[in-house]
Write a protein that binds this ligand. Structure first.
Ligand code: ZN
Length: 164
């Protein structure tokens, strides 16, 4: 309770520590998810974790934190028309939002996330190229924007027919 400052106007911070990077505004780099990778067999895990390798055929008892691909292919998606139950913060009035499951370009695992603001299910198609971004999940009591990762269609791939 030592926060007696009146300078709590704005700023941003991750809603969840350690799951993704938040680049400086002018760094020219985008955000990346942070996963765990087994140094022995190369198995990835997200969210990041410590301890033994999740691969049952691997004896490694340590995992390394590694940045994950910021791009991937849309594997599945849905649209949520209902406000999430507490403790998840919901906009009031509630606005429907799309959820995207994206298969990461290099790791091949599927990461679920909200679609970027303004992207609705009608804008999405399985097989689209997607790109990681950040969006404000909620603003906390100190006025800090709490960020979460989001998926957005990248480039002009939306016009692609999706043929393999
Ligand atoms: Zn392993």
């Amino acid at each position: 309770m030592s926060d007696d400052r009146s300078t709590h106007a704005g700023g941003s911070a991750p809603a969840i520590d350690g799951w993704f990077t938040v680049p400086e505004p002018n760094s020219g780099t985008g955000p990346q998810l942070i996963g765990s990778r087994c140094p022995d067999c190369g198995t990835y895990a997200f969210p990041p974790r410590d301890g033994a390798c999740p691969n049952p055929h691997c004896d490694s008892d340590s995992l390394n934190r590694v940045p994950l691909s910021a791009t991937g292919t849309l594997w599945s998606f849905a649209e949520n028309h209902y406000a999430p139950p507490p403790p998840y913060p919901a906009a009031d009035p509630f606005e429907p939002y799309a959820l995207a499951a994206v298969e990461l370009a290099d790791e091949g695992m599927v990461i679920l996330g909200k679609a970027a603001a303004g992207v609705r299910a009608a804008d999405l198609a399985v097989g689209m190229h997607m790109e990681l971004g950040l969006d404000v999940l909620y603003t906390d009591d100190d006025g800090v924007d709490r960020l979460v990762w989001v998926w957005a269609p990248s480039g002009s791939d939306a016009a692609d027919g999706g043929n393999s």
